[in-house]
Design a protein around this ligand. Structure first.
Ligand code: IPE
Ligand code: IPE
Ligand code: MG
Length: 255
């Protein structure tokens, strides 16, 4: 099978693991990674971007079907302008440069977020990446770019409000399912597991609606260093989670 980079093929550990169909990853800690090495924050973003390939490769091997990664939030515009500009330039480079490798892995690329605020060049690259990868079968890589969970819920509510306005829907008939159905990518299943490297215990506006029952896994590893071992540990811990969804655990419900 084709490899990302020149890395040796690993033996994938499958014992005592649970691999989610849909996984979310908050790629956090690039700045700290760079600062620890007395490098500019941009160096951390560069290595962080490289590391996305490794995550994709591992997720494909494990059989994840939908991988949603948080790349830029609706709040990240608050960063200094040179950092924002660097990130936008990186996104433009990234999806062109990585396409051959993503193609070899059979990875379809999609974007989620409010693209109306993105620079035209970024929008163009995103559109091309989506278009040329749309028939790839192995995994969907969903890049959250200018994404905010609140913005997404707002956009869903606006779409529903249009139907109320034109008289085709009564407010009392609005359901939770309708809100789900009007999110940015309604066909993508809610993530069963969300991983956040770098130790922060928060969602930072990531997949607010979709994460209602996601398991949350945090590691102290900074995103540029997050690798196979961390991912495997997350899947191992996920196997041990008792997902009750408000009910009782399987063991208890038999009594
Ligand atoms: C994540 O790393 C990348 C983006 C938010 C774009 P950070 O840049 O947030 O890194 P830290 O949290 O400052 O270490
Ligand atoms: C979340 O990280 C956004 C991304 C990783 C793209 P932040 O670094 O922006 O989150 P906060 O500011 O620590 O909450
Ligand atoms: Mg951060």
């Amino acid at each position: 099978m084709a490899l990302f980079g020149n890395k040796q093929e690993k033996t994938y550990d499958t014992g005592d693991l649970k691999v989610p169909v849909s996984l979310g990853v908050i790629m956090d800690g690039n700045g700290r990674w760079a600062t620890q090495r007395h490098l500019p924050r941009s160096a951390g973003h560069k290595v962080g971007a490289e590391n996305l390939k490794e995550l994709c490769r591992n997720c494909v091997r494990y059989g994840v079907k939908y991988l949603t990664v948080y790349a830029f939030s609706t709040e990240n515009w608050a960063r200094p302008q040179p950092e924002v500009d660097f990130l936008m330039k990186l996104f433009v480079e990234l999806f062109d440069k990585y396409d051959a490798e993503l193609a070899e892995e059979g990875i379809r690329v999609r974007f989620t977020g409010d693209d109306s605020e993105l620079p035209p060049k970024v929008r163009e690259v995103c559109k091309t990446a989506e278009e040329r990868s749309k028939d790839r079968p192995n995994m969907q890589l969903i890049v959250a770019l200018n994404y905010g969970g609140r913005r997404e819920i707002l956009s869903s509510c606006r779409k529903i409000a249009e139907k109320v306005k034109d008289g085709s829907l009564d407010p009392s008939d609005i359901t939770e399912q309708m809100i789900s159905d009007n999110l940015y990518l309604p066909d993508v299943p809610d993530p069963e597991l969300i991983i956040r490297p770098s130790g922060e215990m928060r969602l930072s506006n990531f997949l607010l609606w979709e994460s209602a029952y996601s398991e949350f896994w945090v590691s102290d590893t900074l995103w540029p260093d997050f690798g196979y071992e961390d991912l495997t540990q997350a899947f191992r811990d996920f196997a041990g989670r008792d997902r009750r969804f408000g009910g009782l655990s399987k063991k208890e419900s038999k009594n």
